[in-house]
Design a protein around this ligand. Structure first.
Ligand code: HEC
Length: 462
């Protein structure tokens, strides 16, 4: 696991600044999110907690998925950013800021954002500043809370995106980068099957409560669709669950055995060309009774479509150049300005955007805190500056099931094995079809037991 992390951190460092929507706002000026008046209290809370000025003097982060905060960030914990945050949060509490805006969706989004900051904060050393910020955030989080019924009734922005035909509803094999958003992802009897892992939480890597994943207030859904549809997908899951042999076998090729001692077992049930798999992230919220509730707000959808059939496993499979054609990759994210704007729309295709890497498997350092260096212009620094789509291949290079990281992380397993020369046994996993409410309930139960939630909960309850 440690090596897996090291590998991922290295990878992420290599693609450090992938994808920021790229467009920096002029210094200090940010888009008004909650009200047309930029100095509206809610806009000021948003700006103080979410927006950051880079060493280049430009403002970033005013409408991105996650706060621009990393493990080593000192931002919000000292100097002017700390004072601003405390001042505006205290004002919100004193003036009952929640009464200024009643729209449940706006309350939900602001609470979500503040809870992400609070979750990051739980990993920081216990200082007086941390405690003050924690308390100030908790008061506003509580003031913004909706009832659980209101949360359940929040709009389904994925459905909005489908209805608005935000992207093509058919994958075009001839134009694999053409924006594609599948319909019926959440239909209980539709072609997509929502998967649960009998032995635990789905998407456990994304939900690791450690320094590389500070933003874990989400429900993750893994959905699978084999080309013939639901029956074929269910049948595949049964075959996979029944597969009792080792997932890894010795590499029969002498030449490559030194660097790649084991390969995935060729007899594993596999996926045909055209198979699609999605990782959906939906927001959890804190309700008016201080309970965690799964909301219908889709924060992001990551999608892979298989462009080739799966070959017999070989060492050649691990060559990244060859891997480029295996998959089509897409990522959709919500944007506050789309959702809360005058003509609301649900999700935006960000696959071709550039962004900072935050959250899942991100590097610990905070480039915003570093002094400007003429030789390394911000935000590029010395890192390659790739788009979101280009980043996926680093963790999903293998064809077919061998890229199904929920199953095994075959490519990471290989690295682990080549270091310590012992084959790690993986599988068999008991994946099965599950309803979305079941997966949501499991994720909420998991979150309730986490140290981060206990800290946030304690401060919300004070
Ligand atoms: C740093 C490594 C990493 C990167 C980069 C990455 N993923 Fe993943 N992805 C994972 C892991 C690990 C899982 C398994 C889920 C878990 O355990 O959290 C996963 C799961 C998924 C799944 C669910 C099916 C599966 O393979 O388990 C999809 C779909 C997916 N990722 C798509 C993408 C797309 C699209 C991109 C690029 C926008 C991307 N991923 C970038 C590591 C990564």
């Amino acid at each position: 696991m440690l090596l897996f992390t090291v590998r991922c951190v290295k990878l992420v460092l290599a693609v450090n600044l992938i994808g920021c929507t790229g467009v920096a706002q002029d210094a200090v000026k940010t888009q008004p999110i909650y009200d047309a008046n930029p100095s509206h209290l809610w806009n000021r809370v948003h700006a103080a907690l979410l927006c950051r000025v880079g060493p280049d003097g430009k403002t970033y982060g005013d409408d991105r998925l996650e706060p621009l905060l990393w493990m080593h960030s000192e931002h919000l914990l000292r100097g002017k950013s700390f004072e601003n945050a405390i001042t505006v949060l205290d004002e919100f509490d004193r003036e009952s800021g929640e009464s200024l805006i009643g729209a449940p969706l706006k309350r939900a989004i602001l609470q979500r954002d503040l809870w992400l900051v609070a979750n990051w904060l739980t990993q920081k050393p216990d200082t007086e500043e941390k405690q003050r910020l924690q308390k100030a955030l908790a008061k506003v989080i509580r003031r913004l809370a909706l009832s659980s019924e209101q949360i359940k009734k929040l709009p389904d922005n994925y459905a909005m995106a489908v209805a608005a035909k935000a992207a093509s509803n058919r994958f075009d094999a001839a134009q694999p980068e053409r924006s594609y958003l599948p319909t019926q992802l959440f239909d209980a009897e539709g072609p997509w099957v929502c998967i649960s892992r009998g032995d635990g939480l789905i998407a456990p890597q994304h939900l690791r409560e450690d320094s590389s994943s500070p933003f874990t207030n989400s429900v993750f859904l893994v959905l699978l669709k084999l080309p013939p549809g639901r029956a074929a997908t269910l049948e595949f899951l049964q075959r996979l669950a029944a597969f009792q042999q080792p997932y890894l076998v010795a590499n029969p090729d002498e030449k490559s055995r030194r660097s790649i001692p084991v390969l995935p077992n060729a007899t594993l049930p596999n996926w045909p060309k055209g198979t699609e798999v999605a990782l959906v992230r939906r927001a959890m919220l804190i309700d008016s009774e201080e309970k965690i509730v799964a909301s219908p707000i889709t924060e992001s959808i990551q999608l892979r479509v298989m462009r080739t059939d799966t070959p017999i496993p070989s060492s050649a499979m691990f060559e990244i150049a060859k891997a480029r054609g295996n998959w089509a990759f897409f990522e959709f994210q919500f944007r506050r300005t789309d959702l809360l704007g005058p003509s609301p729309s649900g999700l935006r295709d960000v696959s071709a955007d550039r962004d900072f890497k935050t959250g899942f498997m991100s590097h610990p350092s905070d480039g915003f805190d570093e002094p400007p260096q003429p030789s390394k212009p911000f935000p590029l620094g010395s890192q390659p500056f790739e788009n979101i789509r280009a980043s996926c291949i680093g963790c999903h290079q293998l064809p077919g099931l061998y890229s199904f990281n929920s199953l095994a992380g075959f490519q990471f397993g290989r690295l682990q094995i080549s270091r310590d020369k012992t084959a790690r046994e993986i599988g068999p996993f008991q994946f099965k079809a599950a309803s979305i409410p079941e997966v949501e309930a499991a994720a909420v139960r998991w979150k309730e037991t986490q140290a981060s939630w206990k800290q946030v909960d304690a401060s919300v309850n004070q």
